[in-house]
Design a protein around this ligand. Sequence first.
Ligand code: SF4
Length: 255
Amino acid sequence: MKSILYGPVPSWRLGRSLGVDIVSTKGKTCSFDCIYCQLGRTVHPLTERREFVSMAQLAQKLESVKNIAVDYVTFSGVAEPTLASNLGQAIELVKSVLGLPVAVLTNSSLMLREDVRRELGRADVVVAKVDAPNEELFHQINRPKVSCTLGEIIQAIKLFRVEYQGKLALQMMFVEANRTCASEMARLAKELLPDEVQINTPLRPCAVKPLSLEQIIAIRQEFSGLRGVVTVYEASRPEVTPLSLKETLRRRPEL
Ligand code: SF4
């Protein structure tokens, strides 16, 4: 049977986070193939939604962690969670069984779909990825498998912002390719009206080098007019003990 749950992991954004991998494929299933992905290259490029894990399978797994002490249950894993056509049902199930706040980490690429926005709307926190200020860098950094443009994704996030009552965080990953675009990225963030902006750089092992603390501090200064700006270097991480180290390391190669 698929493992589905992993962690808890120490998240610099969400504290003690129990992971739900609602796709749970053997290799990475994603609509992007980001140059900095800690999971390596996308093995299963996918842009259409389908069911990977049944609600009965998820319910059984959730029963076994009923009293777990975590801050968030987070939909992430070895895939883009909005590719699961039953994401909305899964969020409701987690809430009813565990009674904990739910976060979804998404690459934003399926937010053009009304059903995806509606299902994401059931989460308490949505962390939406935006790494590029223009189409060229979007293709260079995220290597999308979807046919839509960055402009269309940005419009979809704006629409979601209007509809969504929960906390919307933007995750912006900075690497050498977009290092000098911080002011454009900050302008974009201002347009999207997030509750939080997470300035990240890939500190975990991957194919590209992270930016230094000094470079991230310089980038942060461009975001000075925005509320809730946090950076990966300044955040603290709680102590956690994963349920299964093997299943956790498969989704998070370095805790
Ligand atoms: S969207 Fe996330 S999982 Fe997909 S390739 Fe990018 S970093 Fe990896």
